[in-house]
Design a protein around this ligand. Structure first.
Ligand SMILES: [Fe+2]
Length: 197
């Protein structure tokens, strides 16, 4: 498992950094939901590895500054399954399943299997929120970083369709803790650039 994390670090530092930030956020959300330490442990590992399948996606798709073509979308959507295939024999099956299901949606319109609600592991439903909040608040090839407040509004807007309402509720409750927001999202915070978990 550590070897996979090192592979990600060595191959794509931004993908690895996104994984670490998503892992911290997911852990904070799970702790707010009072979930047990075993669940939080596998969630944090899966969050670090969740996009490892993007190592197989061509750079011109990952770095595309404009909207993707339909064909590029089809290719990008292979990454959860490619990541799953890469990790499945190297991590516990629950962790591999979180990697596979991190782009499913609670309304059943996600990918790769269009499963809905409780058919998606709880850890993956938590990771979906952490992943989206980190993506929105980070610079991306097609968009500059947006504010944490904007990200929270997006989570609320998509609660019950893309995201599990109980997970959205947990991050909304965290968002009222200013010390936590500052520690995770302030420019000056060392946590944003810290490499180790
Ligand atoms: Fe992903």
């Amino acid at each position: 498992m550590q070897r996979l994390i090192r592979l990600l670090d060595a191959t794509d530092t931004e993908l690895a950094a996104h994984g670490r930030r998503a892992s911290r956020l997911a852990g904070d959300i799970a702790a707010t939901m009072s979930l047990d330490a075993n669940l939080i442990g596998r969630l944090r590992v899966a969050a670090q590895l969740h996009d490892i399948g993007k190592l197989f996606i061509p750079d011109d798709i990952l770095n595309e500054p404009g909207p993707l073509t339909d064909a590029q979308w089809v290719e990008l959507r292979h990454h959860p399954r490619m990541g799953y295939e890469l990790v499945r024999d190297r991590v516990p099956s629950e962790v591999a399943r979180i990697v596979l299901t991190h782009h499913e949606r609670v309304d059943g319109t996600g990918y790769p299997n269009a499963i809905a609600a409780a058919a998606i592991p709880l850890e993956a439903r938590i990771l979906q929120v952490a992943d989206a909040v980190d993506a929105i608040t980070s610079d991306r090839p097609y968009q500059r970083a947006l504010s944490f407040d904007y990200a929270i509004d997006e989570m609320i807007r998509c609660s019950g369709t893309q995201f599990d309402p109980s997970v959205v509720e947990a991050i909304v409750s965290l968002s009222s803790n200013q010390a936590w927001v500052d520690s995770r999202f302030s420019e000056a915070s060392p946590l944003l650039s810290e490499v180790a978990v």
